[in-house]
Ligand binder design. Structure first.
Ligand code: 9MR
Length: 564
């Protein structure tokens, strides 16, 4: 008898909503049936036939799909395929992603800097505060007459970007924008969601409290003298892996201002302004401060429309050299679009709408840190009921395009070897591929919101399944969740804290055939399998705020929608 393998049966390791589609991908050719058994009593409750063989375009491996959508009874089950194997146990129940949705937001609490994380909120991942950032040096690349090189400024708080200890405005921008989008789209869901964070008892929903922790830091990155925004706050070089936040005490710098930083900052400050307006108590003045900050950053960007952060150029002119992440986007047209959209929506001033060409072509590029055009479009669609005449025709066209984009993403899912939207093309497996899956899900949810057609919600769920286990690696990519778990993310606190389990609620980057880290433990070069659960793997197994954010959106979206 062939050895039965759990890894051959890939499914969402958390489970499925009773009324949602439910499928597993079985690795291995053949024909035949599958059964569902209760996880505890070993009782067969359902049997079905596997699909025809399918082929992965990346590995030429064969899979078959087990579809048990017709089975809707809540409980804990395993799926078994004779002679192949049985899955990990999973659940069928309402709110099956509730814990994951909360944890993905709470992951940001664990990324907070300049503050201790007491056990009350952080459990066994409690730690002292690190990086006060109250005496940050002005790098020569950032020097101005009023803020000369070597003087200091205070810019505490915010989230660590990723497994490293630096903070980057560009990446903070898309992360905050995505989380605020989640709030704007599903306020009723988030208004009551308690995350057990220090602000849980205040009048603000916890999601907004968490976002505010980073937004307040972002405000400190604006030069009050000209409205420009420093590109990042960073050590010159990355710390060693085995260093806790409070042990990382090297000097920190703000570096050159950039147009991308100013525009991403302007976008989220404008968006934040309209959201925080509702909370004059306990936040008097915050909404106004955000809007003023947004307008000043926009003003700076209009005068400085092409200041790119070019780290090599900076290092050839100034000391010390800066070697940390660059987020050095060179095409700023989309950042102008995003900022203009948010400023227009918040102020209703058509000046912003007309300031740049918001629709230079018909493209609908999936969001990522260097590509934020759709962030602006999502907001326009969300606020379609409040726009002025100037935008009406465009937004009507945009609706059609948004739905067409979702249709394009969905096409082929039914016949796909994993039955997911993720992984139709090799290019999906970029650095941070998990965020591609999550952003595809977020884009498709926009079509669901526009049409209320259930096929979009079902399609978005296929990528939830992908992230939680139905993928080429068999891993559940969210730390703290699933049976085949990520245990060794490239995340300094998780490496250095002496706790066996990594910090929970963080999304691993996922397969990346680029393998730029040259980690020795990869076992595959295949696009959908080039992943190693090893902390040396910053290219496949780091965590990052702009990857968690679309997961927060997607999990919140499915929890807030029809199924729960
Ligand atoms: O997510 C970023 C990815 O798109 C880039 O290809 C990569 C190399 O520049 O950098 C990634 O971002 C990293 C950042 O530079 C530093 N903090 C960790 C980020 C995730 O790996």
């Amino acid at each position: 008898l062939a050895q039965l393998s759990t890894d051959s049966v890939r499914l969402n390791q958390l489970g499925y909503y009773p009324d949602a589609p439910k499928t597993a991908a079985i690795y291995g050719a053949g024909k035949g049936g599958f059964i569902l058994k209760t996880a505890e009593g070993n009782q067969t409750v359902y049997h079905g036939q596997l699909s025809e063989n399918r082929t992965s375009p990346f590995s030429a491996k064969t899979t078959r799909i087990a579809d048990f959508s017709a089975f809707t009874k809540p409980g804990r089950y395993v799926l078994e395929v004779p002679e192949i194997g049985a899955s990990y146990p999973f659940e069928i129940k309402n709110q099956v992603h509730d814990a994951a949705s909360r944890a993905a937001i709470k992951g940001y609490y664990f990324q907070r800097m300049s503050t201790p994380l007491p056990e009350k909120y952080a459990g066994k991942w409690a730690r002292p505060g690190g990086h006060p950032d109250v005496s940050v040096l002005v790098h020569p690349s950032a020097a101005s007459p009023l803020r000369p090189a070597g003087t200091t400024l205070s810019a505490p708080g915010g989230w660590y970007d990723a497994g490293d200890y630096n903070k980057y405005i560009v990446n903070s921008g898309i992360s905050v924008g995505t989380m605020l989008a989640a709030y704007e789209d599903f306020p009723a869901y988030y208004d009551t969601l308690n995350l057990n964070i220090p602000e849980s008892s205040n009048a603000l929903p916890d999601l907004l409290d968490e976002v505010l922790y980073n937004l307040r830091w972002m405000l400190t990155m604006q030069d009050p003298n000209d409205g420009g925004v420093y590109h990042k706050l960073t050590n010159p070089v990355f710390d060693g892996m085995n260093v806790m936040p409070h042990e990382a005490t090297k000097p920190r710098f703000v570096v050159q201002k950039s147009t991308a930083a100013a525009l991403d900052f302007a976008a989220v400050m404008a968006q934040g302004s309209r959201i925080f307006k509702k909370y004059r108590q306990p936040l008097p003045g915050l909404a106004d401060s955000c809007l003023i900050a947004a307008q000043r950053a926009w003003g700076w960007a209009k005068v400085n429309p092409n200041v790119v952060y070019d780290q090599d150029a900076i290092n050839s002119s100034f000391d010390p050299d800066i070697k940390t992440g660059t987020y050095g986007d060179r095409n700023l047209a989309d950042e102008f679009i995003w900022a203009a959209c948010e400023l227009y929506i918040t102020t209703k001033s058509e000046t912003y709408y007309k300031a740049v060409n918001l629709f230079p072509d018909e493209k609908m590029p999936l969001p990522s840190w260097p590509q934020v055009r759709l962030m602006g479009y999502y907001s326009l669609l969300r606020h379609a009921g409040e726009i002025t005449d100037v935008a009406r025709k465009d937004v009507a066209k945009l609706k059609v395009r948004m739905v067409a984009m979702a249709d394009g993403l969905i096409e082929g899912t039914e016949k796909h070897y994993l039955n997911t939207v993720m992984g139709h093309s090799k290019s999906d497996y970029a650095w941070g591929s998990s965020s591609v899956a999550a952003n595809q899900g977020m884009a498709i949810m926009q079509a669901y919101r526009l049409t209320q057609d259930r096929k979009y919600l079902n399609a978005a769920l296929t990528n939830v399944d992908y992230l939680l286990g139905r993928n080429g690696t068999g891993y559940c990519f969210l730390t703290g969740f699933g049976s085949k778990r990520v245990m060794h993310p490239h995340h300094r606190p998780s490496v250095a804290d002496g706790v066996t389990e990594p910090v929970p609620g963080l999304l691993s980057g996922g397969p990346n055939p680029g393998k730029q880290d040259k980690c020795p433990t990869y076992t595959s070069d295949l696009p959908d399998e080039a992943f190693t659960d090893d902390d040396c793997s910053y290219a496949s197994n780091e965590i990052c705020i702009n990857w968690n954010a679309p997961l927060v959106y997607l999990l919140g979206a499915v929890e807030a929608s029809t199924f729960s």
